[in-house]
Design a protein around this ligand. Sequence first.
Ligand SMILES: [Zn+2]
Length: 154
Amino acid sequence: MYKPDHFLPHELVDQQTYALFEGQPDTIYRLFPEGLLRAADDLRELFGSITINNWFYGCERQWSGFRHERSRYYSRNSQHSSCNALDMVFSHAEVPAVHAYIMANEAKFYALGIRRLESLEATAKHDGISAGNWCHMDTKECGKPEGKIHVFRP
Ligand SMILES: [Zn+2]
């Protein structure tokens, strides 16, 4: 199990899931691939503050990590449904710069298990979660040549 340096359990799951595992932070961290959490830590160290979920602080985001079937944003095929995706909002960086960094360091992120980024065109639009601009990365194998991270448009 990997305990992230920069993300608390309530930043990764919704309020209901957090309550279910209250006092069991390791259990929440274990839901996610270690490399996905390590990649988020890496981006946090380079680019500064990242918001995944912020419901704990009374704000609106609670489906940017895990999404279960009671989420209004649930989709069976989403990587969020299996804890394999994170949506990250950057306080001090533009998402195109984050994508450029990941692709410039593709081998490192691939080694961490990152396989896909959602296209900038897709995440610039309102998806029902936030009108903001976020970076979606996930670990879904997509049949691309080994070592390649795929930028997909949903
Ligand atoms: Zn996403």
